[in-house]
Ligand binder design. Structure first.
Ligand SMILES: O=C(O)CCC(=O)C(=O)O
Length: 297
């Protein structure tokens, strides 16, 4: 069975929410949510592949951002998972592949949420839900709840160190090969075609942009995503992607980006200068009944 067949087999009994994406549109809408007027349903626009993503300017108001900047030093050496680009605060659902979620993932959920609140002064859930509700087409924006009653993590923090290689190329749909961990969430949302989101908390002096490539999941050669290629074929994937047109997505500190990371190849450029690139993010999807938007990390 091919990887794509395994994926289809795994979820064939479940309602398929998103249509196939055939191509990148190169369209990233830019909006402000401070305005009171009704905003379009950007979640559907991304889901239907009419646009690639949306940048919500100043989702973190300037005042709050200044307060975060004062506290960012406190992040050094705290609860980190080391990575090639720097480190991550909080273990992701994908990162708990083939472990027992009840012991490896959920016990950390409250601690991480309290950490973001106490150390950075960000109530991630409240902030994300209040902003995204305005572009959700009246969908309720919530964290899914696991069978044991625990909520999934709302977000994890990614710290990219200047001079390192940046975040390697990947595509969200490849992570569905971690089927056992996604079994529960697959009942709520379609984890295939998930969106990626992140708040840019600190912008590096040079570089650090998200790069999207002119390659979608549908056209991805299977050997580049099968059998943990994310680890085993890192170089080959980068070389392959170099043949495709790409675009840098420019953001400022305080902006929130939601994009079709499940179906569009992307990476983060290396950065230079004295400042770390810091993002707070996760994934999301329109719920299976179409009435909600669920997010997790
Ligand atoms: O946090 C970031 O800067 C990038 C996130 C990303 O690549 C993803 O969510 O797929």
């Amino acid at each position: 069975m091919t990887l794509k067949e395994i994926v289809m087999f795994g979820w064939k009994k479940k309602q398929q929410v998103s249509p196939e994406r055939d191509a990148v549109t190169w369209k990233f809408s830019e909006i402000e949510v401070t305005q009171d007027k009704d905003l379009p349903d950007f979640l559907s626009l991304i889901n239907q592949a009419k646009i690639d993503g949306v940048i919500i300017k100043n989702a973190l108001p300037k005042l709050q951002l200044d307060k975060i900047n004062d506290k960012i030093d406190a992040l050094k050496n705290i609860m980190v998972e080391a990575t090639d680009f720097g480190c991550v605060v909080g273990r992701t659902l994908d990162g708990c592949a083939r472990t027992d979620l009840e012991s490896a993932y959920f016990p950390e959920t409250d601690r991480i949420s309290n950490f973001f609140n106490q150390v950075l002064g960000i109530k991630v859930e409240k902030l994300f839900e209040s902003v995204v509700t305005k572009i959700s087409g009246d969908r309720k924006v919530t964290q899914p709840v696991y069978s044991n009653g625990d909520k999934y993590k709302a977000a994890t923090l990614r710290i990219s160190k200047p001079g390192r290689e940046g975040m390697q190329s990947h595509i969200g749909n490849e992570f569905i090969t971690y089927l056992p961990q996604l079994e529960h969430i697959a009942g709520v949302v379609d984890p295939k075609d998930r969106f990626s989101f992140f708040f840019l908390l600190q912008k590096p002096e040079i570089g650090g942009e998200l790069v999207v490539f002119d390659l979608v999941w549908k056209n991805t050669p299977e050997h580049l995503v099968a059998d943990m290629a994310v680890v085993k074929k890192k170089l080959e994937r980068e070389e392959y992607l170099n043949n495709f047109k790409s675009m840098n997505v420019n953001m400022d500190a305080g902006d929130l980006l939601i994009f079709d990371g499940g179906r569009i190849w992307h990476r983060v450029r290396p950065s230079e200068g004295d400042m770390d690139r810091i993002t707070l993010g996760g994934y999301g999807g329109i719920s299976r009944d179409g009435k909600g938007f669920n997010y997790w990390s």
